[in-house]
Design a protein around this ligand. Structure first.
Ligand SMILES: [Zn+2]
Length: 219
C-alpha cells in the first residue's frame, strides 16, 4: 500500500468522522425539547398606569397621576392575557377588575374567540364586569351548581395556563397577598382545558336537560 493511498484513506476517514459528528450534533439539537414557559407572579402589584400596555404606540399619551411605564406583576399578567392570538377561555369566581375587563374586550374586538365561565351569584355583584362582557357580545355562562364556582384560571390559545389565588378584582391585584402561576407545561395545561370544556358543556343554556348545571336549584 503506497503512502499516497494511506493518506487518502485517512483523509476520507477524517471527513466521514467530521460529518458524523456534525449530523449527530444537529440531531441532538432537534431532539432537545423547546424551553417551556413557567413563571410565577406575586401580588399585591405596585399601583401604576396601564395605558402603555393598551396603547404601546403612544406610551406618553396618558397624563394621569399614576407612575407610567412601570413594569409590575399586573402589567406582566396583562401582557400574558393580551398575548392571545386565537382564543381566551376564562373560568372566574369574581370578575370586577376594569383593566382585566378592558384586556378581554380588546381581544374580543380583535376577533379572538372569548368564552367566559363565572360564578352565578358573583356575576351580578356590584362592580361585576360580566354585564359589560355580555353587552359586548361575549358568550358568558353562569355556573350555579356548586356553593361557589371558585376557580380562577385562564387559558390562552388553549396552551398557556394562568391560574392561582388571584381573583380578577381590584382588591386582589392591589391589596391582597396573592399568587399567579403561568405555565405552558402540557401536563398541567391539559387538565385545565378538560375542566373548562366540562364546565362549558355542563352549563350550556340551550341544553335544558334535568342534569344541566343551569337548572340545578340554587339553595
Ligand atoms: Zn396614566
Amino acid at each position: 500500500m503506497s503512502v499516497m493511498w494511506t493518506v487518502k484513506v485517512v483523509g476520507l476517514g477524517v471527513v466521514a468522522f467530521s460529518l458524523s459528528v456534525e449530523l449527530l450534533w444537529r440531531l441532538l439539537r432537534r431532539l432537545k425539547p423547546p424551553k417551556t414557559l413557567n413563571e410565577v407572579l406575586f401580588f399585591p402589584s405596585e399601583v401604576a398606569c396601564m395605558e402603555h400596555i393598551f396603547s404601546p404606540a403612544s406610551p406618553n399619551s396618558c397624563c394621569c397621576p399614576l407612575p407610567h411605564g412601570v413594569e409590575t406583576s399586573f402589567t406582566r399578567l396583562l401582557r400574558f392575557i393580551l398575548s392571545a392570538s386565537s382564543s381566551l377561555d376564562l373560568c372566574l369566581f369574581s370578575f370586577s377588575n376594569m383593566d382585566l375587563c378592558r384586556a378581554v374586550l380588546y381581544l374580543y374586538r380583535r376577533k379572538i374567540t372569548v368564552r367566559v365561565l363565572v360564578d352565578k351569584e358573583y356575576s351580578v355583584i356590584t362592580g361585576s364586569q360580566v354585564g359589560a362582557l355580555r353587552k359586548a357580545g361575549i358568550c358568558v355562562r353562569n355556573v350555579g351548581r356548586y356553593v361557589h364556582m371558585h376557580h380562577k384560571f385562564a387559558l390562552v390559545d388553549g396552551r398557556r395556563l394562568i391560574t392561582g389565588s388571584l381573583n380578577w378584582t381590584l382588591a386582589a391585584v392591589q391589596c391582597n397577598s396573592e399568587n399567579v402561576l403561568v405555565t405552558e407545561e402540557p401536563r398541567l395545561v391539559q387538565p385545565f382545558v378538560g375542566e373548562f370544556c366540562r364546565l362549558w358543556a355542563a352549563n350550556d343554556p340551550s341544553q335544558n336537560g334535568p342534569f344541566s348545571d343551569q337548572n340545578v336549584a340554587h339553595n
